[in-house]
Design a protein around this ligand. Structure first.
Ligand code: C2E
Ligand code: CA
Ligand code: CA
Ligand code: CA
Length: 277
């Protein structure tokens, strides 16, 4: 009898099993993706709210696999679990450095490249040396590279994370805490870690002009960040009203489809140049 009651669940379980099989297959294929040249970076502008100037480009990883794009939300966790995120992350840093060198040619040398760094990579012992290596190789100015870390990164081993962050800072890399407020945020981390920016997650920015709850959260996050001497970056800005609200409430920088979608570097550069940065 109990067994019969579970029958309706079967199609759902089947779906889960299929997803798991798919994941295992992807994890295997991920191993050769780097050698096969299947990764590319797209770049999304981060703009100063006050005047719309592009201040940074966030590098977002893309995996073109068997004719389709696999979302980083799917493959980054797989790459983290297998440790592959370390060589992949090195590749990302090298590409980001190369990208910055090209910005210089376009008189955009003041624009920095923001790279997402995973916990596994931060807590490993090669990150800073890779950063220094690409800085040398591409003759980058201090400030050319920026690193985005999520709260989960820092939570795992706060002492090691802090030490690595200080090394990065010493190498001229500024640091933001990504998706702030969505994980197990701790005020102690904000107080104790060497940070430069707090990125406000899209879930709080969405409809901020019309949603009093989100408005309260954004106002509090901006005040908190500024009180600690950090800049604020709002992500996922899609509507002009959201941007107006952010400007009126003193948010420093913003990013989102309204201000530019992630795209290959050449496309982004054309869009920025034709709009007069
Ligand atoms: P994230 O760092 O929070 O990146 C922002 C995500 O929001 C990106 O998704 C971006 O395409 C998307 N986005 C930007 N503006 C808007 C908007 O206005 N509306 C909406 N709905 N979405 C917007 P994406 O590219 O799929 O990346 C997902 C996540 O994968 C990133 O979240 C980041 O955590 C991770 N990721 C991406 N590239 C890398 C990488 O090179 N290394 C590591 N470790 N993680 C990466
Ligand atoms: Ca990010
Ligand atoms: Ca983010
Ligand atoms: Ca986010």
């Amino acid at each position: 009898q109990a067994r019969r009651e579970q029958l309706p669940l079967l199609p759902y379980d089947g779906g889960m099993a299929e997803q798991a099989t798919e994941r295992i297959a992807l994890a295997r294929q991920l191993r050769s993706a780097l050698d096969q040249g299947e990764f590319e970076l797209h770049y999304q502008p981060i703009r100063r709210v006050a005047d719309g100037r592009v201040v940074a480009l966030e590098a977002l990883l893309r995996w073109r696999h068997e004719g389709r794009m696999v979302s980083p939300a799917v493959f980054v966790p797989l790459a983290e679990a297998s440790g592959l995120i370390v060589p992949i992350g090195c590749w990302v840093l090298e590409q980001a450095a190369r990208c910055h060198a090209r910005l210089g040619e376009r008189a955009l040398g003041g624009v920095s490249i923001a790279v997402n760094v995973s916990a596994v990579q931060l807590l490993g012992d090669t990150l800073t040396s890779v950063v220094r290596q690409v800085q040398r190789e591409y003759a980058l100015s201090p400030g050319a590279l920026h690193v985005e870390l999520t709260e989960s990164v820092v939570l795992r081993q706060p002492q090691t994370a802090r030490a690595r962050m200080l090394e990065l800072r010493e190498a001229g890399v500024s640091i933001s805490i990504d998706d702030f407020g969505t994980g197990f945020s701790s005020m102690a981390y904000l107080r104790d870690l060497p940070l430069d920016y707090l990125k406000i997650d899209r879930s709080f920015v969405q409809g901020v002009h019309a949603d009093e709850r989100n408005a309260s959260i954004c106002r509090a996050l901006i005040a908190l960040a500024h009180g600690l001497g950090l800049g604020t970056i709002a992500e996922g800005v899609e509507q002009p009203e959201e941007l107006d609200w952010l400007r009126a409430n003193g948010c420093d920088q913003a990013q989102g489809y309204l201000l530019g979608r992630p795209a290959p570097l050449a496309e982004v550069l054309d869009a920025i140049s034709s709009a007069g940065a």
